[in-house]
Write a protein that binds this ligand. Structure first.
Ligand SMILES: [Zn+2]
Length: 213
């Protein structure tokens, strides 16, 4: 199978405990579950309904605060932002607004208004979204097209350990809705393809990308 990010040949390995097979690209580190384990939207929605993220929960606020603490010092003062794939909650958008950054939000299941159709943003954030995507390259391109020149794209998804044995023991792929996994290198390769640059990452789960002028 060819890598959907960079078109190099991928190789596969299987988890003998779950009988789930994966493909990995040595060129860009993209790693994905084989297609029969991809779920349709209704199955995913049922699963997400179980994620009861309480907006008043201090742990949930602290979780987004860690994301903002990494991103905000690097992006100046954007005048417009979008939280793409927010899920049911609009907490992150509210927290950006509290930082003086007007923020729209979009989610295909819970808030499906067409925010990206006729508007461009200076900052797009997307947390815990890319691991759910069947077509991450296509979505990456849509998000870049939704940015002003010089705009920022801040993504949060757990970077995989880039080692098959460590990967098999990793919790993150055990969620059945998680199908795509990345490292910073994967995002660097995507940036090369679309004329943008990786500005920074936290070596764990956050990468900040800038669209060139
Ligand atoms: Zn690749």
């Amino acid at each position: 199978m060819l890598c959907s990010i960079c078109h190099h040949e991928m190789h596969s390995f299987c988890d003998t405990k779950t009988a789930i097979c994966y493909f990995v690209c040595d060129n860009c580190d993209f790693l994905c579950k084989s297609a029969e384990h991809h779920q349709d939207l209704n199955t995913q929605k049922a699963r997400y309904a179980l994620h009861q993220n309480d907006e008043n929960d201090r742990g949930y606020q602290a979780y987004f605060q860690r994301f903002l603490d990494f991103v905000l010092p690097l992006v100046g003062k954007p005048e417009s932002a979008l939280d793409f794939g927010c899920g049911a909650s609009t907490l992150l958008a509210k927290m950006l607004e509290e930082n003086g950054i007007p923020c729209d939000y979009f989610d295909p299941l819970f808030h499906p208004q067409n925010t990206l159709e006729n508007k461009k943003y200076q900052l797009i954030v997307s947390t815990e979204v890319f691991e759910h995507l069947h077509q991450p390259k296509a979505v990456f391109e849509v998000l870049l097209n939704g940015l002003d020149a010089g705009g920022y794209l801040a993504l949060q998804t757990q970077f995989h350990p880039n080692d098959i044995k460590a990967f098999l023991g990793w919790y993150y792929h055990q969620d059945p809705t998680h199908i795509s996994f990345f490292t910073v290198k994967t995002f660097s390769v995507l940036c090369e393809a679309f004329g943008c640059e990786v500005l920074g990452d936290n070596q764990k789960n956050i990468v900040l990308i800038r669209k060139k002028n």
